[in-house]
Write a protein that binds this ligand. Structure first.
Ligand code: MG
Length: 371
């Protein structure tokens, strides 16, 4: 049962290259499946989310993070009467454009590109992957995804200025994305903030007291879990607290978005698009808790001394490899060497590096920069 403000697959703006309908999968289901079968999707398995494999094999990587986001998105979309197929496709594609080494890799690539008067942006890169780099079909380049999925990629946690990005004009930059796409930014936040607390604690980089000192939300739920489970291992009590926090975020996002939908009186996707602000949102108090936790994670985990050497590696390796290929473009693989006809060399190198997994970029670094 779809709500009146949900995206209906039969009203999709369609694919770039028209294709016959599939006998038993609708277009959004096919998009979801196309993403799952993409090479770039498989490579997410060997890309850092926050922790490299140096820490542990059971921490999240970008693929498992993506699957968590898809799980949360499906649940919430179903509760709100949104299109779960579209929400799932959007969740599975949301991190496709991330380079190796997580956020450090992204920052390094962007700062190098700025020196060439260009930028690196993971949303735009993801769009290039699904539009151009994935080669699976005889009739066209890319995955030929529906408009709604491509639009969701572009509108993931970012509003591009139509004046600065005339090439994105077809994506209706002056309009808000449908609720299915709005949801992904927030389910992404839920997934990584709870998961990073979990992995950070397991890695002994975060201590329970330290989290409780900053986050009243955590403190409340940890104390409650401790009361309920006496004599149980600390890790399991911690898990119970995390689970409750997770439920607070998910539950709040559902109820608050439902209320905002009613308040906004939206009765179609068009209404959602034309509403002056994004409608999917946490309530003010939960948003405040979320921001506090996020701030805490930045200060104590993402920028912690424990992860500093990873960051320096990411920065140095990316920079040195980039410089090597700028000097020796003949060392690029043939399909990239032939590209500069269309794109400037720094863009070609950036695309190549951005597609790499962590192990592959290390291997390339050893091959070209450690001679
Ligand atoms: Mg993400």
């Amino acid at each position: 049962m779809l709500a009146d403000f949900a995206v209906r697959v039969e009203q999709s703006h369609g694919r770039r290259y028209p294709e016959p309908q599939h006998p038993y999968r609708n277009d959004f289901q096919r998009d979801r499946d196309r993403v799952v079968h993409a090479r770039a999707f498989r490579r997410l398995e060997a890309k850092t989310q926050v922790f490299t494999r140096r820490y542990s094999d059971h921490f999240r990587n970008r693929l498992t993070h993506t699957i968590e986001v898809a799980q949360i998105s499906r649940t919430i979309a179903a509760q709100l009467g949104l299109n779960t197929d579209l929400a799932e496709a959007l969740a599975l594609v949301h991190d496709l454009g991330h380079p190796p080494f997580g956020h450090s890799g992204e920052k390094a690539l962007d700062s190098i590109m700025r020196q060439h008067g260009l930028r690196f942006d993971h949303n735009l890169h993801a769009l290039r992957i699904v539009e151009d780099f994935e080669l699976r079909y005889a009739a066209f380049r890319g995955l030929n995804l529906t408009f709604e999925v491509r639009e969701g990629i572009i509108k993931h946690s970012h509003d591009y200025d139509p004046k600065e990005h005339p090439e994105l004009a077809e994506y209706l930059l002056d309009l808000k994305p449908p609720l299915e796409a709005q949801l992904i930014d927030l389910t992404d936040e839920i997934a990584y903030s709870t998961a990073d607390l979990d992995d950070g604690y397991e890695a002994h980089l975060l201590m329970i007291d330290q989290i409780a000192d900053t986050s009243d939300l955590f403190k409340l739920h940890y104390q409650e879990a401790k009361r309920q489970y006496r004599g149980v291992a600390e890790k399991l009590v911690f898990n119970e607290a995390l689970k409750s926090i997770f439920d607070v975020f998910v539950g709040d996002l559902i109820t608050n978005t439902r209320e905002r939908v009613q308040f906004a009186k939206v009765h179609s996707v068009e209404d959602v698009r034309r509403y002056p602000e994004r409608i999917a949102a946490f309530s003010a108090p939960v948003e405040e808790h979320r921001l506090k936790l996020k701030e805490f994670l930045y200060e104590n985990l993402y920028y912690s001394p424990g992860l500093a050497s990873e960051k320096e590696d990411a920065e140095r390796i990316t920079r040195e490899l980039f410089a090597h290929w700028m000097e020796e473009p003949d060392d690029l693989p043939r399909n990239y060497r032939d590209k500069p006809g269309h794109d400037p060399l720094p863009r070609v190198i950036c695309d190549y590096i951005a597609g790499m997994t962590d192990p592959f970029i290390y291997q390339q670094y050893e091959k070209y920069c450690c001679g």
